[in-house]
Design a protein around this ligand. Sequence first.
Ligand SMILES: Nc1ncnc2c1ncn2[C@@H]1O[C@H](COP(=O)(O)OS(=O)(=O)O)[C@@H](OP(=O)(O)O)[C@H]1O
Length: 300
Amino acid sequence: MSRIKIPDAGGATMIGADVGEFIQPCFPMSETELKDLFKNMPNYKFRDDDVMLLTFPKTGTNWLYEILHMILNRSSEYTEDTKMDTMMESRLVADIDTVKSPRIMNIHYPYEYLPIKGLQEKQIKTILCLRNPKDSAVSYYNHMISIKLYEYDGKWCNWLPTCMDGKLEYGKYTDYLKGFETAIKQGVGFPLHVMYFEDLKSNGLEELDKLLKFLKIDLDTELRKDIIHKCRFDQMVNKNWDATNFMFHEAKEFTTKGFMRKGSVGNWKTWFTVAQNEAFDKQWNSEMEGYSMFKFKYAL
Ligand SMILES: Nc1ncnc2c1ncn2[C@@H]1O[C@H](COP(=O)(O)OS(=O)(=O)O)[C@@H](OP(=O)(O)O)[C@H]1O
């Protein structure tokens, strides 16, 4: 494994970490630490009350994290600087183990690299949050250009084909979805709740109730409403910004565009040209042929 420069379709490069099977971000840790982390991941030992949040990059991680934090703590207080403490691919196991319960673990890895055995052994309640691929791609591009760690200043028109071909962190979104669809059809062997960014945006309370039912947690109406209110984009962006992004702020590696940028559904329409959209649909439909479990909304 080593730190590499990933070229986009126009030749601009971004820094990544090659973990052997795919590329992951260059989190601030040594190569040996990254290597150990990747090696130890399959055998990770969960706690009984851990909740696992699975997301492809830029599909609602921080939003769901905040909601889950409020649910598990039965309170609509914002979390403090803990989000990245339990991001499994960015922290050493020993550090994650110091985080107090209840923990919300999260990871962007594809299905086949998840700590499946641990999830099954402890029957960890696991949430998979998905977002339409066009908004995710736009969000991801803005993430790349706003985090200094990546040293990336490429253009959208060159980044999009690179993203569609999965030649960047975590690979292709289509492979991610196909991996999950196959696993779900075969039976994952742990409790899994699938939800969508777009539904959370348009119908927050209903999605919260489904989540509560899955987690087997009762909350009174006032608290449920307050959680949805506090986790609205306009609230989170103002009040919780530092907590959400502490690591990058501390490292002075970040501008506000990366994690809380627009928070909308359909922003892709202002980025994709007609030709880009057609090429995207063509490739997406071809790669997803035979897979129909996940259905996306591209506008509200
Ligand atoms: N509360 C709330 N409401 C609506 N949208 C929200 C919210 N919180 C985060 N976001 C949007 O989610 C996008 C970031 O995704 P992630 O948190 O998964 O990013 S990351 O993968 O962890 O880096 C990013 O999307 P874009 O705005 O389209 O870039 C965030 O703005």
